[in-house]
Design a protein around this ligand. Structure first.
Ligand code: C5P
Length: 298
């Protein structure tokens, strides 16, 4: 039996990192949406291999992706077995489209796709709350991928709230252009820089919550929600990011942001806006082969 699971990328439309916790992680308040663009994970059920006892195996079409036990797909599979005692085995095949080191949540999304695939193969061994708990243990950005809709994420990412319907409607289906320079940014590096320069970059939690509540309760478009206080540390080191984002806003009037800890950026597009001039400007600045992808918020 084969199960194929779409593994979407995500965008942080609103991201306020508010401070460092005793466990070393950061508290944040974020509005995150999955995208119509992402990876594909196929899980093929089989018996545990008799020759070496291997229960799970992973292959990926992108040689840059590690396929050993460090991959979150295999970590998720092990966590699934630990929680359910499932005796089966599976061969995973990952088609990678989400760039690495982009702040688009690719690895976290793959982990949740693996949990979903195994849940299907096992006939639904895991239910809602337990799935969220296992996802949270795998990575801060994992739980959000269980919701298939824009959500508010708090804590280090483990506390998820769905958006009021009217607020969600102002985001769902919005068109975005993703673009990433040839370099990536390490998420632990970005958080460490914030902590090293604290409190300069942290946004007070009460202020972030007030800004979010004002947008959620009003009727302003998605453009007015956009915020990301991780941009400070990323822009200080990687000057190519603010140079291009400033130019795009000046020349095209589009709302642009860094996604999460980067290095991918995005522009929130109107449905009728032409993307060709925007893409030409991005490629002129970051090279003809840099990653550019149009998508929609789910
Ligand atoms: O949870 P995840 O494995 O994605 O986090 C990667 C790293 O990013 C953590 O080890 C930590 O350094 C940093 N991080 C953080 N606070 C968060 C999320 C991530 O400090 N809320």
């Amino acid at each position: 039996m084969d199960v194929s699971v779409f593994s979407p990328a995500k965008l942080n439309l609103f991201l306020a990192v508010t401070g460092r916790r005793a466990d070393g992680f950061h508290d944040l308040v974020s509005v995150v949406a999955p995208l119509s663009f992402g990876d594909e994970l196929v899980a093929k059920a089989r018996e545990r291999r008799t020759e070496d006892g291997e229960q799970f195996h992973l292959t990926c079409d992108d040689p840059a992706v590690p396929v050993d036990g460090s991959n979150l797909v295999l970590k998720a599979a092990q966590a699934f077995v630990a929680a359910t005692g499932w005796p089966g085995g599976a061969d995973f095949s990952l088609t990678k489209r989400i760039p690495l080191g982009a702040g688009l949540g690719g690895g976290s999304s793959n982990a949740v796709a693996a949990l979903r695939a195994l849940n299907q193969l096992s006939g639904g061994a895991l239910a809602g709350a337990k799935l969220v708990e296992i996802a949270a243990a795998l990575g801060s950005d994992c739980p959000l991928f269980l919701y298939d809709a824009p959500v508010v994420m708090r804590g280090r990412g483990e506390r998820i709230a769905t958006l009021p319907a009217a607020a969600g409607a102002r985001l769902r289906g919005r068109r975005v252009l993703l673009f990433k320079p040839s370099f990536g940014i390490s998420t632990p590096w970005a958080y460490d820089r914030m902590a090293a320069e604290a409190p300069a970059h942290y946004r007070p939690a009460a202020e972030a919550e007030a800004a979010l509540a004002a947008w959620l309760g009003g009727n302003a478009p998605g453009e007015e929600l956009l915020a990301n206080n991780m941009e400070g540390v990323a822009f200080a080191k990687f000057i190519a990011l603010p140079l291009l984002l400033t130019k795009l806003t000046r020349d095209f009037g589009v709302a642009v942001r860094l996604s999460g800890s980067g290095s991918a950026c995005f522009a929130l597009l109107r449905d009728d806006s032409a993307t060709a001039p925007l893409i030409a400007a991005i490629r002129a600045a970051w090279g003809p082969r840099c990653f550019v992808q149009e998508a929609r918020l789910v």
